[in-house]
Design a protein around this ligand. Structure first.
Ligand SMILES: Nc1nc2c(ncn2[C@@H]2O[C@H](COP(=O)(O)OP(=O)(O)O)[C@@H](O)[C@H]2O)c(=O)[nH]1
Ligand SMILES: [Mg+2]
Length: 262
């Protein structure tokens, strides 16, 4: 970056221009340092995503960061397994469950294989945009946070079902009140962690209770959740969405449970 001591010597009109160019250069060089030094572990739990898994994986592979992609197939029966078995990429590791145990349990399986410094959860559908990874990891790379959530409510939402919208609002408010914080999106898929944070959580979830359990436990352990705006395009049940209103209710009680116990 331009040494501050030089700034006063520059002509007035040039100084802001050169300073902002220097800051931009610093950001670019920071990101290239990230590529060299930090490894991202992308965890993908999938169950019956034959229509979207190829394109989701392609988008994740396109992300220009040092990374590994750990896919856990939770006993799919729609052809997803065949698609996964054809992947030839050293960055990708596929693990097959021999029975369907749920999203949380697939994430817990994947955690045993993580070798990266930063972990992100990626659904096997096309609701989220992997191009958002760069800004999601930035607070961790810069040492400002150990946990980052991508907030759909601070970013752009299209096609979110009204019930889903209301449930997400209630869950974010519940988490905020229970843990004396302010978050706008508790149920977001894009949760990013310094790898070490996840080791001590003793997760017990099996299904969609991953989100409330992990949120409650990181907040209880004193981590601040930093939110970054992301874009989201919801899919319908016909398009493969599996979460149900009962999962919203379960999430609500899971937040309360982990306020009280560990
Ligand atoms: N491993 C596993 N993943 C699941 C299961 N059900 C859903 N998923 C995955 O969890 C992710 C989220 O599912 P989705 O229905 O879109 O719910 P939402 O995005 O959390 O609202 C997708 O990648 C699904 O394939 C399951 O039983 N096991
Ligand atoms: Mg999804």
């Amino acid at each position: 970056m331009l040494p501050c001591s030089l700034a006063p010597l520059l002509p007035c009109s040039l100084a802001p221009l050169l300073m902002s160019a220097a800051i931009r250069f610093e950001n670019v060089s920071k990101m290239s340092n990230v590529k060299r030094e930090l490894k991202l572990s992308v965890i993908m739990p999938v169950h019956n995503e034959a229509h979207t898994i190829r394109e989701t994986l392609r988008q994740v592979q396109t992300v220009d960061l040092e990374k590994e992609i750990i896919i856990v197939d939770d006993h799919s029966s729609d052809g997803t397994r065949k698609i996964l078995s054809q992947i030839a990429d050293d960055e990708v590791k596929v693990i097959y469950h021999d029975q369907n145990t749920g999203k949380g349990s697939a994430i817990r399986t994947a955690l045993q294989y993580v070798t990266g410094d930063i972990v992100i959860i990626q659904d096997g559908d096309l609701e989220y945009d992997p191009a958002d990874y760069y800004k999601l990891i930035e607070p961790i790379v810069e040492g400002q946070a150990s946990v980052v959530y991508g907030s759909r409510f601070l970013g752009e939402i299209s096609n979110m079902h009204l019930l889903n919208y209301i449930a997400n609002k209630i869950l974010a408010l519940t988490a905020s009140l229970l843990f004396f914080t302010w978050i706008t999106d508790e149920g977001t898929c894009y949760k990013v962690f310094e790898a070490g944070v996840l080791n001590g959580l003793n997760l017990k979830c099996t299904g969609f209770d991953f989100c409330p359990e992990v949120t409650a436990k990181v907040l209880k352990r004193g981590h601040r959740i930093v939110e970054v705006p992301i874009s989201y395009r919801g899919r319908s049940t016909e398009e493969g969405k599996k979460i149900r209103w009962q999962d919203g209710l379960r999430a609500f009680f899971t937040l309360i449970k982990y306020r009280l116990v560990d």
